[in-house]
Design a protein around this ligand. Structure first.
Ligand code: TTP
Ligand code: MG
Ligand code: MG
Length: 404
């Protein structure tokens, strides 16, 4: 575990007295340094990032203790075209991971037990965990069912030590849910997120101004939150393998290769991230759409595609703990002409069958059979949304473009 040090600071805070000796100019430099350090300390935030360990799998094991110690894979069946949602740490030793096809997972780990997802339960436990966070602060930003940022700079218990808070939250989560989580504690969101991933499972890492650089320098760029697989591969090609390699590249070069994101990479590898914890975020609608390789003219085929979209949308809504009462269908024809139609659902829902039935009706009554379709989109509006709405960025493993 990375130990906390007294006081937090920005990684780039200059050392006191690093200027010339104490001649008049030196004195001015010294006072300037003091001012910079003082300012940094005065605005220092205390951020905790919590992420549950092997969330879906851990819940399934809790519900069925005979699975304890086994390779458990949550997701589709290996004999269908299912994918792995997550797996127990035992299964990870065999190379199984989220997003992989269940068939491939089964080949790597034939002894694994495959379990289907129980989203309703995952959502309920997620709410329970958030209630624990809210006992400390209302500045909670959920990022998915199993993770959230907390700004505990000022908190309801007036506790000054964020490491202590993280430890108490971990204990309380374990006590109430019998599930473990990992926590990262730092002075910004980026470092807190890195921290929660450092010692999984059941980890607690504190990243301070003193140890930030050492940790970031040793980290492979693929582990940087915000650097996806494609970017990490591009960086590898450029010889940027670790945080240290990234640190050595100029802002100009990073922007040239990665555009605006280059600026973000340049900052975070220096421990600089000014993003606030946002405690309330309300999406107006949630949708997914698919552009097809070949234009579709058959009703049966269109309905099959609509079913796939409804399933995808429903899964995504369960992840985010939201329901909605207005269904929206988008049809783009081969000539790029587009129509959007909507209808009310009988009740607010995220159920794939209810979404599908409504979408089917909309398609049948609005589709022009003389024209081929290049894109279908399905969305849900009028969302029931309180502070349980999540801002989830999951890479669902297919080519479908999803947006919120
Ligand atoms: P993660 O927090 O990414 O993973 P995890 O909790 O299973 O494991 P870790 O200990 O490494 O944090 O995701 C949370 C849940 O979201 C996960 O249990 C299942 C689901 N999920 C998917 O369904 N598909 C995915 O591709 C990912 C990444 C997660
Ligand atoms: Mg997790
Ligand atoms: Mg997570």
């Amino acid at each position: 575990m990375h130990r906390a040090r007294a006081g937090y600071g920005q990684a780039d805070i200059p050392e006191l007295g690093s200027g010339p000796g104490l001649c008049p100019l030196g004195l001015i430099c010294f006072l300037l340094d003091v001012f910079v350090v003082y300012r940094s300390l005065a605005f220092m935030k205390k951020i905790i990032h919590i992420d549950m360990d092997a969330y879906f799998a851990a819940i399934e094991i809790r519900e069925n203790p005979s699975l304890k110690g086994k390779c458990v894979i949550v997701g589709g069946s290996p004999h269908s075209r299912g994918v792995v949602s997550t797996c127990s740490y035992e299964a990870r030793k065999y190379g199984v991971h989220s997003g992989m096809s269940s068939f491939q997972a089964w080949k790597l780990c034939p002894q694994a037990v495959f379990v289907h997802s129980s989203f309703k339960l995952y959502g309920e436990i997620s709410k329970q965990i958030r209630e624990i966070f809210y006992t400390w602060t209302d500045m909670v930003e959920p990022m998915s069912l199993d993770e959230a940022y907390l700004d505990v700079t000022r908190n309801k218990m007036n506790e000054v030590d964020p490491e202590k808070i993280a430890r108490m939250i971990k204990d309380e989560v374990m006590k109430q849910t019998r599930l473990s989580c990992s926590a990262g504690v730092s002075y910004n969101k980026f470092l807190a997120k890195i921290g929660s991933d450092l010692n999984k499972p059941d980890g607690l890492s504190v990243i301070t101004a003193e140890n930030a650089q050492e940790i970031l320098f040793a980290l492979p760029v693929g582990k940087f939150h915000g650097i996806g697989k494609v970017t990490a591969a591009r960086m590898q090609k450029m010889g940027i393998k670790t945080g240290k390699d990234l640190y050595e590249r100029s802002l100009r070069e990073l922007i040239r290769h990665f555009g605006k994101a280059g600026h973000f990479y340049y900052n975070v590898v220096r421990g600089v991230d000014d993003r606030e914890v946002v405690n309330y975020w309300e999406p107006k609608s949630i949708s997914c759409e698919n552009t097809y390789y070949e234009d579709i003219g058959e009703l049966d085929e269109l309905l099959r595609r609509i079913r796939a979209l409804a399933e995808k949308l429903s899964t995504r809504m369960y992840y985010k703990n939201i329901q909605g009462s207005n269904l929206i269908l988008k049809i783009k024809y081969a000539n790029f002409e587009q129509i959007t139609r909507s209808c009310s659902l009988s009740e607010s829902s995220a159920d794939k069958e209810i979404l599908y039935q409504a979408a089917e009706q909309l398609l049948i009554s609005n589709w022009d059979p003389s024209r081929k379709v290049r894109l279908l989109g399905l969305g849900v509006g009028k969302l029931d949304c309180d502070k349980d709405c999540d801002q989830l960025e999951l890479d669902l493993p297919d080519r479908e473009h999803q947006n919120i």
